[in-house]
Design a protein around this ligand. Structure first.
Ligand code: 13P
Ligand code: SF4
Length: 303
């Protein structure tokens, strides 16, 4: 079936069955075009709470887990069950317990890109758009931040009254960006502002005109009076911005700044889900309740 026919069939079945489709900003644009809501990790987590009916999540596994944790009464489906975030699984629960034992006075702050099992051992969750505000509000001086060393370093540089202990994990996609990539892109587009996600290495972030979450980058580009931007995050953001701000120009920091897991989800996956051909995501209730504490705290402190 060609793209338009697939999209129409999806929209028809979605209406008929009363199912909500949520998409992370990094999934292919043709998928986000049929979604009820597209956003970054924080926006998805909050939106899921108010969503009506069952939910199909187009994104990666930890995002579907987050929806299920917050909305246990709903049936939740991950459109492509093979889509996982490699960063979310870089630490085991046992390894985290060992780290906690080394830093008994630290509050454990987990990037939302972690498994539900890991969240059961954490004090608070954060996303890139909420992390600074949330960690600043914690009473503890010491912070054990998992798993992204780049986001952790970015926060440590801004929250200088806290003592950070970092785990050496990170996003394989953003981690590969280099200072050379930035210099090359700036030489090719000297008038462009450079906007970057803090999952990139600190040396790359230090060259940015703006650093922030996916949503922050998009908002900055839309509101800026400038017209050219180099985008230092997953390349779907370049597609969204080009489609939504036709009068401006957006250049990828590098052509292969692509998350293979976020690109797994296709329109055929969403259709298969709507036709009942995918397994519902199931979470152990004890894990769900324990993981929920740190997500609730994230929402309470993040606003
Ligand atoms: P945000 O959605 O918080 O910007 O994070 C980006 C990301 O890598 C999601 O997997
Ligand atoms: Fe995980 Fe990075 Fe892909 Fe986000 S972009 S899902 S952090 S691998």
């Amino acid at each position: 079936m060609e793209k338009r026919c697939l999209q129409q069939e999806i929209l028809r079945l979605k209406r008929e069955k009363g199912i909500t489709v949520l998409a992370h900003t990094y999934v292919a644009r043709e998928v986000s075009e049929i979604a009820d809501f597209t956003g970054d990790s924080y926006a998805l987590a909050k939106w899921a709470q108010g969503a009506q009916g069952d939910v199909i999540l187009c994104g990666v596994h930890f995002m579907a887990e987050t929806v299920k944790i917050l909305s246990p009464q709903k049936k939740v489906y991950l459109a492509n069950p093979k889509a996982g975030c490699p960063m979310a699984e870089q630490l085991t629960v046992e390894a985290l317990k060992a780290l906690k034992a080394q830093h008994p006075n630290a509050a454990v702050a987990a990037y939302i890109n972690t498994t539900a099992a890991l969240k059961t051992e954490c004090d608070v969750c954060v996303t890139s758009s909420s992390a600074e505000k949330i960690i600043a509000a914690l009473p503890e001086k010491e912070i054990l931040f998992i798993p992204d060393i780049n986001l952790g370093s970015y926060l440590a540089a801004r929250l200088t009254d806290k003592v950070f202990h970092l785990f050496d994990g990170g996003c394989p996609c953003h981690k590969r960006t280099t200072v050379e990539d930035v210099l090359r892109a700036k030489e090719a587009h000297p008038e462009a502002l450079f906007l970057v996600h803090p999952e990139c290495p600190p040396a790359v972030v230090s060259l940015a005109d703006y650093a922030g979450s996916t949503a922050g980058i998009m908002q900055f580009a839309k509101e800026s009076s400038r017209t050219q931007f180099i985008i230092g995050t997953e390349n779907t953001v370049v597609c969204h911005l080009a489609a939504e701000c036709e009068e401006k120009q957006f250049f990828p920091l590098k052509e292969d700044l692509v998350c293979p897991d976020m690109r797994r989800t296709t329109l055929q996956d969403v259709l298969a889900c709507l036709k009942g051909e995918r397994e519902e995501l199931v979470l152990d209730e004890t894990v769900r309740l324990r993981a929920r504490r740190c997500i609730d705290r994230m929402i309470a402190l993040g606003g």
